[in-house]
Write a protein of this length. Sequence first.
Length: 130
Amino acid sequence: MLQRDYVLEIIGQFVEGVSRALRRAAAGEKDGLLATEQEIGELLELDHATALALAPDSLVTMMVLSGMGDSVAAYVCYALERLARLYEHAGDEDTAGLRRLQAKAVAESFGCDPDTPPAELAAVDAELFG
């Protein structure tokens, strides 16, 4: 029960933080991209720069090893896919490609859909990407 409460708490914090960060990124604020990556790192309990520099399969391995991969995969997958779109819009094709491959690896490994936002992020998704 305590672990479930803990997971719900960190997911709640992630939803709030990533929503703010994605809004800033979508508005063209470069620090919004970094803030979104930081939110992903915090959710994974990893340094964001290290985690998001990993090859897609290595990122999945780190999620599996954390023991929380199943609980947070849909959120990570969603954020990575939306980051890919935002990096692409900003003209950074290399980073967009890596984020898209990372999202795909998470989706395939944990059975989530990168095009479908988690329920808690559906409103912000419709606002920014709909």
